[in-house]
Structures are given as structure tokens and as C-alpha cells.
Design a protein around this ligand. Structure first.
Ligand code: SF4
Length: 383
């Protein structure tokens, strides 16, 4: 952590107060910080020299080191690995959206994760530490700096390494900067926070950032089954989490995403589909809003003894849901060949990549209601 505040994590009002400079100057300098990654060498005509000097003296501009960039050979996903000053490494993913020229960036919020979901590579790292707000912001800036001419970042998904609601203070600070017009100017409605289920965080997110979307990793809705996949169930039962999510839904009127990782022989049979449909319809009735159900075929992770559900099983599972009036999206996990797909993000300074890639062709299948979502969102973080 820098000895002085990292300017990337501050809003113009905060920079103005910190450095004692007029707000218009702070705004212009914040714009330079996020567009160029630095303060200007020479003072722009629109900024007072004294303001530039004061801001430079008041704050620091730490950054992350780009240590690896892996472009998928089968789709337009790109995975980035960044190293922090303490040598910890994190990953981010550039996600192409359906509308050409638009991207979403999947950012990490922690180094590793304490929640240990059985199907996730990040969970096998354990938690090393929370990321600072500026480290979350820098991921997006560095990915944005590499975008092709004429393209732009349209959205952000907090779905990389870590459980974002376990580092909520810094995630909220990053959301504020991402949406700040003089910084990244990203519409909050195009941001999604994905969680394995921390009730207090879900409620706080609804209070403080009601426009930000939320995704919940379901795992399995059947009693006793979820715990084996997601140990968080012991501390926060699905029932409790769904109650918090229902409050979020009633307060925001935004349809939450339910993310369901399909694991062969674990949660992909008729019984699981029936239980899932019942739970989802009950949630819809209680809140008046139907969740968006994303089915995510599991992506291979080193050290996890699971198999991906077959295409046939997936079709049958969807059919069982459809019979009960529940539409689904089958989410294509891009970048599987470079371990950028859902559940595959993981990294240690010593051994490099932990997640193992697999070669798959792009495919996004929709059934029934849908969202305007990306071609895909990778899931390390839950969904
Ligand atoms: S799925 Fe998300 S919450 Fe679960 S272990 Fe992976 S990063 Fe942590």
C-alpha cells in the first residue's frame, strides 16, 4: 500500500479536497490519470500550474506490472496477468460483447479467495489478500489502454479472482471511479458484481449502488448438496442468501443473475432441474422479478475431480426447466484455451498458471427470456 493516497482510487471531489485545488482542475487531472495513466509533464492550458504541483505532491500513482497477455486462439477473449508490488499476481479478462467494438472487463478483487468453491481454481489458492481499490481500477485502465482504435469498455464484471463482497469497501470505491464521468464513465447498469453469497454485502450493495447488477452462484439448491460444492453454505445458507437477494431485488427492481455451474453427475439430473425450477419460481413470485438463469458448463480446473456435463445432459436439463416455464441462457465461457474461462482464473508468483486451459468453440445459446449481456462473462468469482 502506498504511503500516500493512490490517486486512481479517488473521485475529483476527493482529489480537490486532498490537494486543496479547485474542483475543475481536479476533474481535468483525474481525466489525465485515467486516460494516460499519469499526470501530465507539462501543465495543460486548462489547469493551473499550482494545482498540478499540489496534486502531484498530495498523491501517488502506483501501478501494476503487466506480466502476461494471452489471446485465445479460438475466440476474441484476452487474458491479462498483472503483478503487484508485493509480487502477488492477479488476472483480468477482456471480454468481447455482442455489439462490435464493445468490451467488458472482468476484474479481480482479491489475490486468491477464502471461499474454496470446489469447482473454482481461485478457491484452491486460499486467500492471500484483498486488492486495494486502486489495484482494481488499474486492471481496467491497463486493459483499456490496449483496446483497438475505435472500441471501448462498455461494462465491468467483478467476476475475476476473489469474492468481491468480501472486499466490499474497495469494490465500492472502484465502482465509484469506474462510473465517474471524468474517469472511466461506465454506466453502473453495465457493471455486475458476482458473489458466492454474502448476505450483508448483498444488502449493502443494494443500499449504496442500486444500479449495479448482481449475480449469485447457486451451485445446487438441494438441501445438503450445495455445501459440498460451496463451503460458504455452512456460514450463509442459500435460504438466507436468497432472502438478502430478494431484498436487493425488491429494492432495485433489477433481475439478478443466477449462475449455475453444471457438473456431471453432481447437479445436472432431473431432480436437480426440478428443484432449481421450484426455487427460482418461488423467488420470482416473492419478488415479482424473475432471475436470469445462466447455465455454465464447467471448465476444467487442475485438482478438481469433476467432469463437464455432456451436451445431451445439458439439453435435457434445459428441457426439464423449460417444461416448468423457466428459460435459461447457456453461457459460453470464452478463452478456455488460455484458462480465461469461468472458474479458471488463478495464479501464484511461484508456479504461474494454476487453471488448465481447454479448447472449445464459441457458442452462446439462449432459451426464453434473456438479458443484453456479454457474449460471455468468465467466472472465477462464482457465476
Ligand atoms: S467461485 Fe468465486 S467465491 Fe468461489 S472460490 Fe472461486 S473466486 Fe471464490
Amino acid at each position: 500500500m502506498p504511503a500516500v493516497p493512490a490517486l486512481q482510487a479517488l473521485l475529483p471531489e476527493e482529489v480537490a479536497a486532498l490537494a486543496g485545488v479547485p474542483l475543475p482542475d481536479a476533474r481535468r487531472l483525474v481525466s489525465c490519470i485515467h486516460k494516460q495513466g499519469r499526470l501530465p509533464e507539462r501543465c495543460p492550458a486548462t489547469v493551473r500550474r499550482v494545482s498540478l504541483d499540489a496534486v502531484r505532491a498530495a498523491g501517488a500513482l502506483p501501478t501494476l506490472e503487466l506480466v502476461e497477455r494471452q489471446a485465445s486462439a479460438v475466440d476474441p477473449f484476452v487474458k491479462y496477468a498483472f503483478r503487484a508490488a508485493d509480487s502477488n499476481e492477479i488476472e483480468s479478462v477482456r471480454i468481447p460483447l455482442e455489439k462490435p467494438g464493445r468490451f467488458s472487463v472482468c476484474v479481480s478483487s482479491q489475490v486468491g479467495c477464502a471461499l474454496a468453491c470446489a469447482f473454482c481454481a481461485t478457491g484452491k489458492m486460499g486467500l492471500l489478500r484483498n486488492l486495494e481499490a486502486w489495484e482494481i481500477v488499474e486492471q481496467l485502465r491497463l486493459v483499456r489502454a490496449e483496446l483497438p482504435e475505435g472500441t471501448r469498455v462498455h461494462g465491468v464484471v467483478f467476476q475475476g479472482m476473489g469474492e468481491p463482497l468480501a472486499n466490499l469497501e474497495n469494490v465500492l470505491a472502484a465502482i465509484r471511479v469506474f462510473s465517474e464521468p471524468s474517469a472511466h464513465a461506465i454506466d453502473r447498469r453495465n457493471m455486475t458484481v458476482c458473489t458466492a453469497g454474502l448476505s450483508a454485502g448483498i444488502r449493502r450493495l443494494a443500499r449504496e449502488q442500486p444500479d449495479v447488477r448482481i449475480g449469485l452462484s447457486i451451485g445446487d439448491v438441494r438441501f445438503g448438496r450445495r455445501e459440498a460444492l460451496m463451503p460458504i453454505e455452512r456460514a450463509h445458507s442459500l435460504e438466507e442468501v436468497l432472502e438478502a437477494l430478494a431484498e436487493h431485488t425488491r429494492a432495485t427492481r433489477n433481475a439478478p443473475m443466477w449462475a449455475y455451474t453444471m457438473l456431471a453427475g453432481q447437479n445436472d439430473d432431473d431432480d436437480a432441474a426440478a428443484a432449481l425450477a421450484t426455487r427460482l419460481l418461488a423467488f420470482a413470485e416473492a419478488t415479482g422479478v424473475r432471475p436470469r438463469l445462466s447455465l455454465i458448463p464447467w471448465n476444467q480446473v487442475e485438482g478438481a475431480a469433476f467432469e463437464r456435463s455432456s451436451e445431451e445432459t445439458l439439453s435435457r436439463f434445459r428441457a426439464r426447466l423449460r417444461e416448468r416455464g423457466v428459460g435459461t441462457i447457456v453461457r459460453y465461457s470464452g478463452g478456455g484455451d488460455v484458462a480465461a474461462a469461468c472458474g479458471q482464473l488463478a495464479r501464484t508468483p511461484a508456479s504461474g498458471l494454476v487453471g488448465r486451459g481447454s479448447l472449445r468453440k464459441p457458442q452462446t445459446v439462449r432459451d426464453g427470456h434473456d438479458d443484453s449481456a456479454p457474449l460471455d462473462t468468465p467466472q472465477s468469482s462464482a457465476p
